[in-house]
Design a protein. Structure first.
Length: 247
């Protein structure tokens, strides 16, 4: 570990399911007015929420739950057919006000600490690049963190997570809420094959719109609108191909 890591243990944890190793690295923003308030809440027994690590705006890292234990950060979610995300993930809470507090930028010193922490975790856990995720990826209907301004590309450049350069946004046909048919089903299949918890129904319903919004926040952040335009579909196809190569 080539960075300072303080310790403030949270009472909010339990044992991982027997035989369940951590194979997801899950990133969050705190979505609160201050780092101090967020850290207090993550260590409050009444809040029943925690994470393994917390990174404040100055880059200070605090460990709250040992990695072999199950922290309570993901809530209800789904990825690649699994629903107990807490049981198989390591969670990092990153101090940031989020959408409710003006979507502030993540300072460079904070991002550098997140990079170093992720690399340190990945040195101990063989987590595939395609399973380094945001909270919005596993709970698209209710979460938006770490937000479309989080620099996933920066992390990928140092070997954390999977990234492909998004296809340019251009005019042309798109899939949108209310659409039906085989083309919608094929698109849903691609999202599900990457890991998103989405049924292949051939109907662009509200759940599909939520998943597309989450996908755009992570992988095509220039325009987040829940519409599967040519850029979104092409970026998804390239990402699925890259995931197969990196697996």
């Amino acid at each position: 570990m080539n960075f300072r890591c303080d310790e403030r243990l949270s009472p909010n944890f339990n044992e991982r399911p027997e035989g369940c190793a951590a194979d997801i690295l899950l990133l969050h923003y705190t979505g609160m007015a201050s780092a101090e308030a967020a850290l207090d809440r993550l260590c409050d027994a009444d809040a029943k929420v925690s994470a393994h690590y917390f990174v404040d705006e100055s880059g200070r890292v605090t460990r709250m739950v040992p990695e072999h234990l199950r922290a309570w950060h993901a809530g209800v979610g789904r990825w690649a057919g699994e629903s107990d995300i807490n049981g198989r993930s390591i969670g990092i809470e990153i101090a940031n006000g989020g959408h409710d507090f003006g979507s502030p930028p993540y300072p460079d010193v904070q991002m550098a600490a997140v990079e170093a922490l992720c690399l340190d975790i990945l040195s101990r856990h063989p987590i595939p690049p395609a399973r380094v995720l945001g909270h919005s990826d596993i709970a698209p209907e209710r979460k938006a963190d770490p937000g479309e301004w989080f620099d996933w590309a920066r992390l990928a450049r140092v070997g954390v997570g999977l990234w492909v350069e998004p296809e340019p946004i251009v005019g042309g046909p798109s899939l949108a809420p209310g659409d039906r048919g085989d083309t919608v089903a094929e698109f849903q299949f691609l999202l599900a094959s990457y890991g998103y918890g989405l049924e292949v129904l051939g109907h662009y319903d509200a759940a599909t719109q939520d998943v597309v919004t989450a996908f755009q926040r992570h992988f095509r952040p220039a325009k987040v609108d829940g519409v599967a335009d040519l850029s979104t579909v092409a970026t998804l196809r390239r990402l699925v191909a890259a995931a197969r190569i990196s697996a």
